[in-house]
Design a protein around this ligand. Sequence first.
Ligand code: IMP
Length: 185
Amino acid sequence: MPESYDVLFASSNIHKYEEAEKILAEFGIKLSFFQTELVEIQDDSLSKIALQKVENAYEKCKKPVIVEDDGLFIDSLSGFPGPYSSYIFNTIGNNGILKLIGDNRDAQFVAIIAFCDSSNEPTLFESSVAGKISKNIQDGGWGYDPIFIPEKQNKTYAELADKNKLSHRYESLKKFASWFNNKQE
Ligand code: IMP
């Protein structure tokens, strides 16, 4: 970890960190990567998962820290995979999702950012981006990037040069940044 930073980003996923680092730099917040495997409970609620993850992260680093928990909620699958998005990606992957999906391709990508510091009272920031699941898997990106088309776009996250300006991650980090910067004043 570098000497100077405002907040740690605890995750095993370097892609999430790299995007978060660029987004928060825009708001004057310096992030540093705390690469770690966090205990992740299985639960129907992304918020509960994020809360438990940030408590675990803070216990490990004892520094101001954020974690992120995401879920892809597909309308025709009654919100599946939602909180199980990570497990489903690692098992059936994007191919499996394309086989399961019905005619209605609407979906929401949800991001929860959870922050904790010495006050020991975690704060959560949630945002979602509506969109559609593409008919084919596109090249590039990571995770569900090759199949998620955010609303008002005709390309997947994987193909968009400005994903970081319109993603679910951007929206929830923007909320966090505004709260965090106010708190520092
Ligand atoms: P997690 O449980 O927060 O790690 O995320 C759930 C799943 O969504 C994981 O498989 C992630 O790789 C995937 N995911 C989260 N954010 C993104 C994104 O911005 N693009 C593509 N996949 C993502």
